[in-house]
Design a binder for this molecule. Structure first.
Ligand SMILES: Nc1nc2c(ncn2[C@@H]2O[C@H](COP(=O)(O)OP(=O)(O)O)[C@@H](O)[C@H]2O)c(=O)[nH]1
Ligand SMILES: [Mg+2]
Length: 316
């Protein structure tokens, strides 16, 4: 219990026999229920959890028959919490990368009614650059920027953080069956939360690495996949939010900018190559036209972002 609110922790676990026991043992006392979702792994994760269940009454184990991915496991855990009327549902990884000491800080804003969803942000601490492996840090920064554009939560960073808390109202609103099933789940969820105007808050947490965890993420393969997902989510959100549920001319700004800027840029590039590389003459009016398209397009894009930011600024 956290100030009269029940707290459930969902733990997606895939081949985590080595670290899952430690995650359960170190779970703070304020947690009422621990739901481990074993995603059809090949090791002793489920057995380890069953062993822990003998000593800890608050632990529940759900086993998927086939592997669904981390997002699929989180959806299963969320549905369990929703059906058991848990006030605040937290997600923690099964590999011990989340500091249990940070739990009250994440639960707090949600339980107190200040936010509908709170998520850990590992980048606030000055040490982040030193602790987080470089490729991950840079990949994360890129994904965070794209997630700001896609989700409309411009104040949220470290979008890939899986340490989160959500309230019952949001648990009941979101359709968990259609949520993205793999590592893009946190990004997908942010976009969905924004469509329903839920308030999201970032909470500083401590990044933990090198404790024997083995990540399933290959950053270089993830980035193109996730960028494409974010692009689709962005279009989905604009349609849902600014065309169907409400209306805002920023969709025209995004549309015009999305067309004019790349057109001007490509035309400019073509003329540049023709003039500089091939050494052929080009008409000054053509060059001006390309610059005109690019600048106009860029302004449309920036204004669209500004409108979006303004529309969402109270959701924090
Ligand atoms: N249920 C389930 N959990 C997964 C799957 N892949 C990863 N996880 C869990 O998701 C959490 C984070 O995964 P990890 O690979 O460590 O990602 P990283 O820490 O962000 O690099 C861990 O608790 C994993 O056990 C999966 O396919 N199914
Ligand atoms: Mg991990």
């Amino acid at each position: 219990m956290y100030k009269d609110h029940t707290v459930g922790v969902v733990i997606p676990a895939y081949n985590e026999e080595k670290l899952i026991g430690q995650v359960i043992e170190t779970m703070p006392a304020l947690v009422d229920r621990i739901v481990v979702v074993d995603d059809a792994g090949r090791d002793q994760t489920a057995e380890t959890v069953r062993l822990a269940m003998r000593r800890h009454k608050r632990v529940t184990l759900i086993q998927h028959e086939t592997n669904q991915g981390v997002g699929g496991a989180i959806a299963t855990g969320y549905k369990w919490c929703r059906d058991h009327q848990i006030d605040v549902a937290v997600v923690m990884a099964g590999d011990g990368q989340m500091d249990p000491a940070d739990l009250p800080a994440i639960v707090g804003p949600v339980a107190n009614g200040e936010a509908d969803y709170a998520k850990g942000n590992r980048l606030f601490t000055g040490d982040a650059w030193r602790i987080i492996p470089r490729v991950r840090y840079l990949g994360n920064s890129m994904m965070s920027l794209l997630t700001k554009i896609a989700s409309g939560y411009w104040h949220v960073a470290d979008s890939q953080s899986g340490y989160t808390a959500i309230n019952l109202k949001a648990l009941q609103t979101i359709n968990w069956d259609t949520m993205y099933k793999r590592y893009g789940q946190p990004n997908d969820l942010l976009v969905r939360l924004n469509i329903f105007n839920f308030r999201v808050r970032d909470v500083p947490v401590k990044p933990i690495y090198h404790i024997g965890e083995k990540s399933g993420i290959k950053p270089l393969r993830m980035i193109p996949k996730l960028s494409w997902l974010l692009f689709k989510l962005f279009l989905f959100r604009l349609t849902q939010k600014y065309v169907i549920r409400d209306f805002h001319p920023l969709v025209f700004f995004y549309g015009a900018g999305g067309f004019l800027f790349p057109t001007g840029f490509l035309l400019g590039l073509y003329l540049f190559i023709k003039r500089i590389v091939a050494g052929l003459p080009i008409a000054p009016t053509s060059a001006l036209f390309a610059v005109f398209l690019a600048i106009t397009g860029l302004q449309f894009l920036f204004f669209a972002m500004w409108f979006d930011m303004d529309y969402n600024k109270h959701l924090r």
